[in-house]
Design a protein around this ligand. Structure first.
Ligand SMILES: Cc1cc2nc3c(=O)[nH]c(=O)nc-3n(C[C@H](O)[C@H](O)[C@H](O)COP(=O)(O)OP(=O)(O)OC[C@H]3O[C@@H](n4cnc5c(N)ncnc54)[C@H](O)[C@@H]3O)c2cc1C
Length: 512
C-alpha cells in the first residue's frame, strides 16, 4: 500500500508573501495505489516518462531537470514562447521597466550634486518597450535552446487530461495529439484576480499585463492593491510622470509578509518620490463606462465615501491559480476553496503519478519558489527524495530603494509569542552607500532571544534584492547573528551594513 499525506491546506498562497509554511500534518486521507495507476498502454510509441503541462518557470525547469536525468519528457505550452508569466509578462518585463525608469528618474532628479550635467532628457516610451521586449525575447529563446540541449520536446498547444495517464493536446498549429505519461506534472500557473464590477480591457482598466505595455503615460493612475506588483508598476508610471494613487485595504503596504517597520519606511520613501497612498481603504465600486474611470472608496471599517478619477486603473489585488480547461473532472482531481490543486509534501495529488508545482498550488507565488519545487518534484520521481525549505524563500520588491526579506517579520513573531532580539543598521552610516549618495533605508535582523539564531532578515535600501541572498543562506544553514557578524565582509561594500546589523542584534554596531 502506498501511503499519501495530508494536503498542505495550511500553506499560504498569499501572493509573493514568502511567509513561513507551517509544519506538515500527517495524513487525513491515506490512499492506495489503484488499478488505473498500474494500467498498461495501448501504444508504447506515444509514451513519455514525464509530461509537463505548462512551460513557465515551474514547468520548464521541471522539464529541463527531467531531460538532464535522462527521462523522455514533453512539455506542453500553449503560449507562443516559453517562460510563462515570469519571462513574458511578469518578473522580466517588469524589472526591465523598473531598471530603465529608475535610470531616467535618477538622470532627471539625481545628477546635479554628482557633477553630471544633462540637458534635454526625455523618455521615448516606444524604445523603453522595445528594450523590454529585447530582454524578454532573448530569455524566452534561451529556454527553447535549453530544451533542445536537454532533449525536451516542446508540444505547442493546450493540454487537458483525457484520463489519469493521457493528456490530449489541442495543437496551436491545428489538430490534436495524445500523449501518455508515466508521470505528469501540472504547472499551469496563475492569473490576475479580477475586481468585481470592473472590466479588464488592458488599456483603461488593466492588470500587470497591461501595466507593462501602456503606450503613453497616463495623467492619473489608481492602483487597487498596495502589494508588490501594484507598488512596482505604480513606481514605473509614477517615475514617468503619472500621478499615482495606491488604494490598500490593509494598514500597511507590501502585503502581510513585509515587516511593518520596513513597510512604513518604504511608504515614506515612495511618497517622497510622488506616489500617494490611501491605506485602510476599500474600493467599494468602480465605473468604467466613460472615458475616465471612477473608483469609489471608503474607510475599510466603513465611513466617508470618496470618488477617485483615473485615466488608468491598475487592478493588483493578487493572483489566483489558473487551471481552466485542464479536464480535472475526467480524473476526479480537486482544488480547494481558493482554486489551488491539493497536493501532499511530495507535490503528489491523490493520483500519485500526477504532481503539481508552482503558482497553481500552495505557497508564495514566486518564480524562485516555483523553480525549487520543479527540481524537487523531478528528484522525487527520479531519486525518491527532494527538498524545498519554505522557511527560507526570499521576497524582493524592486522599487528604489529595493525591499527584501526572508524568514519571519516582527508582527509574526509577536503573534506567535516568540522572544526575539532586533538589530538594525542604517545605510546612512555605511561608507559605500555614502560614497554612492544612496543612503536611504536600513538592514534589520530578528534573532531568537536565547540562542541568537536568525529568525528573519529585512532590508529596505540599495541592492537589497542581491543582499538578501546572504540572509537566505544564513537562514538555510541555521546561522546565528554572531556567525554573520564574525564573517569578514569586503570594504567598502553595502554588505557591511548587513554585517553590522547582525552585530547590533547581540552586541553593538561599530559604525553607528
Ligand atoms: C507583473 C509580475 C511581476 C512578477 N515579478 C516577480 C518577481 O520579480 N520575482 C518573482 O519571484 N516572481 C514574480 N512574479 C511571479 C512569477 O511570475 C510567478 O510566480 C511564476 O511565473 C510562476 O511560475 P509558474 O510556472 O508556476 O506559472 P506561469 O509562469 O504562470 O506558467 C504557467 C504556464 O502554463 C501555461 N498553461 C496554462 N494552462 C495550460 C494548458 N492547459 N496547456 C498548456 N499550457 C498551459 C501558461 O500559458 C503559462 O505559460 C511576478 C508576476 C507578475 C504578474
Amino acid at each position: 500500500m502506498l501511503k499519501l499525506f495530508a494536503p498542505r491546506t495550511a500553506l499560504r498562497a498569499s501572493a509573493r508573501s514568502g511567509a513561513p509554511i507551517p509544519a506538515f500534518r500527517p495524513s487525513a486521507f491515506p490512499l492506495t495505489c489503484n488499478a488505473a495507476f498500474r494500467r498498461g498502454y495501448a501504444s508504447e510509441a506515444e509514451e513519455r516518462d514525464l509530461i509537463v503541462i505548462g512551460g513557465g518557470v515551474a514547468g520548464y525547469v521541471a522539464a529541463i531537470k527531467a531531460g538532464q536525468a535522462g527521462l523522455k519528457v514533453s512539455c506542453i505550452e500553449k503560449r507562443a514562447t516559453l517562460g510563462g508569466t515570469c519571462l513574458n509578462v511578469g518578473c522580466i518585463p517588469s524589472k526591465s521597466l523598473l531598471n530603465n525608469t529608475h535610470l531616467y528618474h535618477q538622470i532627471l532628479h539625481d545628477t546635479k550634486n554628482r557633477g553630471i550635467v544633462v540637458d534635454g532628457v526625455h523618455m521615448d516610451i516606444a524604445q523603453l518597450m522595445k528594450a523590454k521586449e529585447t530582454s524578454v525575447s532573448g530569455l524566452t529563446k534561451g529556454i527553447e535552446f535549453l530544451f533542445k540541449k536537454n532533449n525536451v520536446e516542446w508540444v505547442k498547444g493546450t493540454g487537458a487530461f483525457a484520463d489519469e495517464h493521457t493528456v490530449d493536446v489541442n495543437l496551436v498549429e491545428g489538430g490534436e495529439r495524445s500523449l501518455r505519461g508515466k508521470n505528469i506534472i501540472v504547472a499551469t500557473g496563475s492569473e490576475a484576480t479580477p475586481f468585481p464590477g470592473l472590466t479588464i480591457d488592458e488599456e483603461k482598466v488593466i492588470t500587470s499585463t497591461g501595466a507593462i505595455a501602456l503606450k503613453e503615460v497616463p495623467k492619473k493612475m489608481v492602483v487597487i492593491g498596495g502589494g508588490i506588483i501594484g507598488l512596482e508598476m505604480g513606481s514605473v508610471w509614477s517615475r514617468l510622470g503619472a500621478e499615482v494613487t495606491v488604494v490598500e485595504y490593509l494598514g500597511q503596504i507590501g502585503g502581510p509578509g513585509m515587516d511593518a517597520e520596513v513597510a512604513k519606511a518604504t511608504q515614506k520613501l515612495l511618497a517622497k518620490q510622488g506616489m500617494k497612498f490611501k491605506l485602510n481603504t476599500k474600493v467599494t465600486s468602480g465605473d468604467d463606462s466613460s472615458a475616465s474611470v471612477k473608483i469609489n472608496v471608503e474607510a475599510a471599517k466603513g465611513g466617508k465615501e470618496e470618488t477617485l478619477d483615473a485615466d488608468v486603473v491598475l487592478v493588483a489585488i493578487g493572483r489566483r491559480p489558473y487551471t481552466a480547461g485542464l479536464g480535472f473532472e475526467n480524473i476526479g482531481l480537486e482544488v480547494d476553496e481558493r482554486g489551488r490543486l491539493i497536493i501532499d509534501q511530495e507535490y503528489r495529488t491523490k493520483i500519485p503519478h500526477i504532481r503539481v508545482i508552482g503558482d497553481c498550488t500552495f505557497g508564495p507565488m514566486l518564480a524562485h519558489k516555483a523553480e525549487e519545487e520543479a527540481v524537487a518534484a523531478v528528484e522525487y520521481i527520479t531519486k525518491g527524495y527532494g527538498h524545498v525549505n519554505y522557511n527560507a524563500i526570499p521576497s524582493v520588491m524592486y522599487t528604489h530603494p529595493e525591499v527584501a526579506w526572508v524568514g519571519q517579520n516582527e508582527q509574526e513573531l509577536q503573534k506567535e509569542g516568540v522572544k526575539y532580539k532586533v538589530g538594525t543598521f542604517p545605510f546612512s552610516a555605511n561608507s559605500r552607500a555614502k560614497t554612492n549618495l544612496d543612503t536611504e533605508g536600513f538592514v534589520k535582523f530578528l534573532s531568537d532571544a536565547e540562542t541568537d539564531r536568525i529568525l528573519g532578515v529585512h532590508i529596505v535600501g540599495p541592492n537589497a534584492g542581491e543582499m538578501i541572498a546572504e540572509g537566505t543562506l544564513a537562514l538555510e544553514y541555521g546561522a546565528s547573528c554572531e556567525d554573520v557578524a564574525r564573517t569578514s565582509h569586503a570594504h567598502p561594500t553595502l554588505s557591511e551594513a548587513f554585517k553590522e546589523a547582525a552585530m547590533a542584534t547581540y552586541d553593538k554596531a561599530i559604525h553607528f
